[in-house]
Ligand binder design. Sequence first.
Ligand SMILES: [Zn+2]
Length: 146
Amino acid sequence: MAGCIFCKIAKSEAPAHFVYQDSDISIILDIYPVEKGHLLVISNEHYESIHDTPSRIISKVFRAAAALARIYRVYLGAPGVNVVTNSGRAAGQEVFHFHVHVLPRWRGGGWRTLTMRHRLTSEEAEEVVNMIKPYIHIIEEYLAGE
Ligand SMILES: [Zn+2]
């Protein structure tokens, strides 16, 4: 869809830090992370939000989110992970292209508000990409499973 930032990112027409990409989905770093490792799983095709996305794509996006939650909880020691999608402005959706937030919680202490986001630096981005890199096979296993 013209003017949609996530469409441009999925087609490599706008920059982003990628963790993973296949023909259906992309996993990128949120440019305004709430905590280090805040990722977005997006569909490559344009859908407004979960309410109009085909179930096959919803399944892939959430399988990838589940794999990332496992990577953070089991392999990287995060004591908590939020997996969240917002549908509609009334629910806090800001980019109207289906995406799921995967948000590791390193310190506990519950939900921090979106106003506590910081701007992603290239150093932090590189750190997060390298942190996930050894576990890409887990994402692939989740996506291949039934
Ligand atoms: Zn889009």
